[in-house]
Design a protein. Structure first.
Length: 219
C-alpha cells in the first residue's frame, strides 16, 4: 500500500494507539515539511508513548521550522507530565543544535530532581556543544549518581574545553570501569600532556575495555 500524507493523517487521527504509532513511523517516508506539520499535534497526544515517539522524531523533522520546533520542544521540556518525554525534548534540542535554548536546558536541569531528566540534559550538552555548559557539567560530575557522572565525563570530552582535564584526571582511580572507560574516551578527545599522561596509566587498567580504549586514544 502506498504511503501518502492522506493515509498517514488517517492513522494519526485514529483512536487506536497502534494506528497512531504506525502513523508516526510512516512519517519518515514523507517529505519532511509535510511530515513536520502532521507530527506537530502529536506532541500533545493524550498517550505518553505517542508524545514520546513524536518528540523523538523532531530532531530529524524540526529543521524545516526551527523556531516553531524550539517552542514545541520547550513546551514539552517544561510542561509534559512524564520524565521520558521531557528527556526526549532535551535530546531533540541538542540534536537540532538549538544553542539559544541552552538557558532553558540549564534551568530544567536545576529545577527537575528526576535523574532521568538530568541525565538526558547532561548527555545532550555534549552534542549541543555550547561552552556555557561547562559549569553545569562540573556540577553533574560531583553527583552521587554514577550514570550522571558518566554522562558528564562524556559531555565534557565532547565540549572540548581543556579546563575539564583537571576535573577528569582524578577519575583515573574510580572503582567503576565504565567511568574509567568514558574517561579514556574524553581525554582522547581533549588531548594535551596531562591527558596523555593519564591515558598512559589507563593503558595498564585492569579492565581490558578501558585499556584498549586508552591505547586507541593514544594513537
Amino acid at each position: 500500500m502506498t504511503i501518502t500524507p492522506e493515509s498517514v493523517k488517517i492513522l494519526l487521527h485514529s483512536e487506536n494507539f497502534g494506528d497512531r504509532i504506525k502513523g508516526i513511523n510512516e512519517l519518515r517516508q514523507l517529505e519532511k515539511k509535510i511530515a513536520y506539520e502532521l507530527i506537530r499535534p502529536m506532541v500533545n497526544d493524550t498517550n505518553v508513548r505517542i508524545r514520546y515517539a513524536a518528540v523523538s522524531q523532531l530532531d530529524t523533522l524540526g529543521g524545516v521550522n526551527l523556531e516553531d520546533c524550539k517552542q514545541l520542544l520547550l513546551d514539552r521540556l517544561y510542561n509534559d507530565p512524564e520524565a521520558d518525554v521531557k528527556a526526549a525534548a532535551a535530546d531533540a534540542i541538542a540534536g537540532l543544535k538549538l544553542t539559544e535554548a541552552y538557558p532553558d536546558l540549564e534551568k530544567a536541569y536545576h529545577e527537575n530532581p528526576d535523574w532521568l531528566i538530568q541525565f538526558s540534559i547532561v548527555a545532550a550538552l555534549g552534542e549541543l556543544g555550547d561552552t556555557r555548559a561547562f559549569d553545569l557539567l562540573k556540577h553533574a560530575l560531583e553527583s552521587d549518581n554514577s550514570l550522571l557522572k558518566t554522562a558528564s565525563i562524556s559531555a565534557l570530552g565532547e565540549l572540548g574545553d581543556i579546563r575539564a582535564i583537571s576535573l577528569l584526571v582524578p577519575f583515573v582511580d574510580d572503582d567503576d570501569w565504565q567511568i574509567r572507560h568514558r574517561l579514556a574516551q574524553a581525554l582522547g578527545r581533549l588531548g594535551g600532556e596531562e591527558a596523555q599522561a593519564t591515558l598512559q596509566k589507563l593503558v595498564n587498567d585492569k579492565s581490558d575495555a578501558v585499556a584498549e580504549e586508552a591505547k586507541s586514544s593514544l594513537l
